[in-house]
Design a binder for this molecule. Sequence first.
Ligand SMILES: Nc1nc2c(ncn2[C@@H]2O[C@H](COP(=O)(O)OP(=O)(O)OP(=O)(O)O)[C@@H](O)[C@H]2O)c(=O)[nH]1
Ligand SMILES: [Mg+2]
Length: 422
Amino acid sequence: MKIKRYLDKDMRQVLRRVREDQGPDAVILSNRRVADGIEVIAAIDYDEALVRHALGDAPGTDTQLNGDTFASIAEDDVAQTEPAREVISADIQPTPVPRLDDSAESASQSLALADMQSEIASMRGLLETQLSGLLWKDSSRRFPMRAQVLRNMARLGLAPDVANTLVNRLEPMTELKNLWTTPLSALATLLPVVDSNLLEEGGTIALIGPTGVGKTTTIAKIAAQFAMNNWSDDIALVSADSYRIGAKEHLAAFANIIGAKVYSAASFDELSETLDKLRNKKLVLIDTEGRSQRDRDLSSALAAYGRNADRVRFYLTLSAATQEAALDETVREFNKVPLEGCIVTKIDEAAQLGCIMSTLIRNDLPAAFFSDGQRIPDDLHGAARKKLWLVNQAIDCLESSRACVDERTMAEKYSQQSVANA
Ligand SMILES: Nc1nc2c(ncn2[C@@H]2O[C@H](COP(=O)(O)OP(=O)(O)OP(=O)(O)O)[C@@H](O)[C@H]2O)c(=O)[nH]1
Ligand SMILES: [Mg+2]
């Protein structure tokens, strides 16, 4: 229902305006003489029930409303009083229309605000892009060698923060031929590794990590390499994976080849009991269930594994073929148990090795083993003696992928740091 007030010098004029504006179905709710002439309140889509309801009338009561249709109104019908003023005011107050209007207004205001905010954000983004382009250009003009090294490191997939740390450690370079070799040897130096002496001395270790990264395969490789210089009786494999059907059988298939025994621990208590029993074994390898870093039960599982931290060394297994953000997230979440280090698998599958190297350096997570294939036991290498090998693998990846970085990407990635370090 739409209600409107009309004012004109006489009734004829007012009614003409009502007709022009609201048509023949308009309903006159009230009319009165005022100082400036005649005032008429008219409504279109008139809803008598609504008006009665607004007045608090039960249906069927006899409240007199001046709800004549426009067609039935003649000039002579103009009353001198104000018959329906209360009707209108009563209608306006209790109906939800004003509230709807209010919320619609505030909704449109917040929409307008959101529009403005997104426009400001876009403008800011544009300015930042322009600015970073200028800063990067300026920095590469003033420090061309440094800029070229950063480009090279970006092509390897090294993260900007790590590349900057690396570049800041370099002596100022004067010869172009050193643009690759000097930073690459600095990169090898930065890589954290741990000489686990596991293959010589034995010990009790557990491999933890995301699903499918190669935990079971790596355990088989370690066991097989250890078996070359030790009795298979000295080795015990423990399957703590009660999640996956066939996990124990998977491990047993590898164990059979070297003649080692497989134990299973269906619960954390059982794991402790099993470890008690295996005290005298030289090498105990615990294979755990793969868990996503976002698994809601991960923290409690890690806390339960951590109860054996005094006698078990934990190694996080990471696939080099994983994106850097996921690698960082994984390290952050699995760090809840004291980690001895990590095992990097699937080096042969990675398109770039800069990501895994950045994660190790940034998190100061030492690598104990590198794995570059499925062959048992050949494709597992102690990391301590393979740092340069890994860096060379990174170059091989670059050559086969022919990865390039454009100047715009460099500007986005490096402008802040290059200015900070200029
Ligand atoms: N290319 C390549 N494949 C590997 C490597 N390590 C393991 N794999 C393969 O990755 C697949 C998964 O290996 P698993 O050892 O079952 O992985 P997992 O972490 O135990 O998996 P879940 O127990 O399911 O969490 C298998 O096909 C392995 O052969 C590696 O270094 N390179
Ligand atoms: Mg497994």
